[in-house]
Design a protein around this ligand. Structure first.
Ligand SMILES: [Zn+2]
Length: 495
């Protein structure tokens, strides 16, 4: 072959590759109109007065429904007071829906649909809140349980996480009942009382429904939000809908050794052996998998920069670079791998005595696609030391949730409502790094979505579980309106 021919072949090959990259990029970004569903509501628009809405939220913020790791510390009367108040505020809901309690104070409401053969839909939130750190009390503009309505906001614990969503669900049902609306399919509302700690309430709900043979069509719970300026390189609002959440695994590592006097130490000690094992885990992090963030960038579509779109459309070529960029920061690194976090380390009682045992706890957050068994196998492979044993801590291990579909109607209806309430915003699915009650529902539903219809900016992120938790009065109205619309859409036969 002549040199000219070789050059021609090389150029043709390069052009082919470039064309391939370009075509893949153009096909990548999902058109936002392809994920929306036009809909005729057939009921009055949600028209609750924002001021009344704010007062309803404020009234439950004032009640300190704090949950504790040790359930005995819970002030049960507070949960009962709040439930009694809800019954007073939402009389139609309490008259027309069947209320049940499970696991103590977790509530289930059932609104029977016209067609009992259809699978029900579930609207979730939780009643409990985290406490306000006493060292930061003086930094609050208004006390954390004041429920103060001022400066255009409702202030206090639960205004963002997540009494706001609970009240939104009640407001929606109450308004729909007042409008004589009758859902085709059964609507179930459920509000657990210990999401922030044990999460046994939601487990009991799923057990209860499973026991009745219920299969759920779709679930909506807290999760992603409408982010304003938080996702790098993306302009405008981005609504993120959680379609899965990472698994959770706290392993207790133990090394036994013969205790001895420190004047005659053996070559290796319990502390030394365990430290090396932990060190190996830190130095051999779990492999990255950028495929997990691909659906998110696909959903962002034109809102993401062209470079980002090209890179994600061609992971075969740019996967390595993307992994490198994302793994540079803790927050983004956690989106592409199972994370390793040593959180506890105990050993020894006296300065001149070698301990007979060393213990450590490492918390792993498992990426969907991997199982607890995979994680344990990898740990054994990395540590390579049979003297280091490990076992999961009680109630501190669960698998990553399966991915809920983004091309089904339940997801598309949420995306459509987001488009109605916040026109022009991008909608993207993502994998949640934290956990929610809704993961339990994956047992009885394929479509579990995690979304808080609330605009959140960088500064707001610190308010959740932090100081000055608050929600704008108008934002809260939009939130309740979103839940109302999703409820009407999801309750239809043709979901
Ligand atoms: Zn929450």
């Amino acid at each position: 072959m002549s040199p000219t021919n070789i050059v021609v072949i090389i150029i043709a090959f390069i052009l082919f590759v470039l064309a391939f990259i370009l075509i893949k990029t153009l096909l990548f970004a999902r058109k936002s109109d392809s994920i929306t569903i036009p809909f005729k509501y057939g009921v009055p628009r949600f028209a609750q007065d924002p001021q009344v809405l704010a007062e309803h939220l404020s009234s439950v913020i004032k009640i300190q429904t704090i949950s504790h790791e040790d359930a005995k510390e819970d002030v049960i009367e507070n949960f009962e007071t709040m439930q009694a108040l809800l019954a007073k505020t939402y009389p139609l809901t309490h008259k027309n829906l069947q209320k049940e309690l499970v696991d103590g104070h977790t509530m289930i409401f059932t609104w029977e649909g016209k067609e009992p053969s259809l699978n029900p839909v579930v609207f979730m939130a939780h009643q409990d809140v985290v406490p306000a750190d006493e060292y930061t009390l003086d930094q609050w503009t208004y006390p954390p349980f004041s429920g103060k309505i001022a400066d255009g906001f409702i202030w206090g614990r639960g205004t963002m996480d997540i009494k706001c969503q609970m009240i939104s669900v009640f407001e929606s049902v109450e308004a729909l009942l007042a409008a004589k609306f009758k859902p085709d399919r059964t609507i179930i509302l459920t509000f657990s009382h210990n999401e922030e700690v044990l999460g046994t309430g939601a487990m009991a709900v799923v057990k209860h429904l499973k026991g009745k043979g219920v299969r759920v069509e779709a679930v909506i719970d807290e999760g992603g939000a409408v982010y304003d300026g938080i996702i790098p390189g993306v302009k405008g609002y981005v609504a993120t809908i959680g379609i899965s959440e990472k698994g959770y695994l706290s392993l207790k590592f133990t090394v036994q050794a013969t205790g001895a006097h420190s004047s005659t130490p053996p070559k290796e000690t319990a502390i030394g052996i365990l430290s090396r094992a932990i060190n190996r885990l830190e130095n051999n992090r779990f492999p990255t998998d950028v495929r997990m963030v691909k659906p998110m960038f696909q959903g962002l579509g034109g809102a993401a920069s062209p470079m980002m779109q090209m890179a994600f459309a061609n992971l075969w070529l740019f996967g390595g670079i993307i992994a490198k960029i994302l793994s540079a920061k803790g927050e983004t690194d956690a989106t592409i791998r199972t994370t390793t976090a040593p959180t506890l380390f105990h050993s020894g009682v006296k300065d001149n005595m070698l301990p007979s045992v060393a213990e450590a706890v490492v918390n792993f957050r498992i990426l969907p696609g991997q199982s607890i068994a995979d994680v344990c196998e990898y740990i054994r492979f990395v540590i390579k030391d049979k003297r280091v044993t490990f076992e999961p801590m009680d109630q501190k291990a669960w698998e990553a949730s399966p991915l809920s579909p983004v091309d089904g109607n339940a997801y598309r209806h949420i995306a459509s409502v987001i488009g109605e309430i916040w026109p022009g915003s991008a909608v993207a699915p993502y994998i949640m790094l934290g956990g929610t009650d809704s993961r339990n529902f994956c047992e009885i539903s394929d479509c579990v979505y995690r979304f808080i219809p609330m605009v959140v900016n960088e500064e707001d992120l610190d308010r959740i579980h932090g100081v000055n938790e608050r929600i704008g009065i108008d934002e809260f109205q939009q939130m309740a309106d979103t839940i109302y619309r999703v409820m009407v859409r999801w309750s239809q036969k043709e979901l």
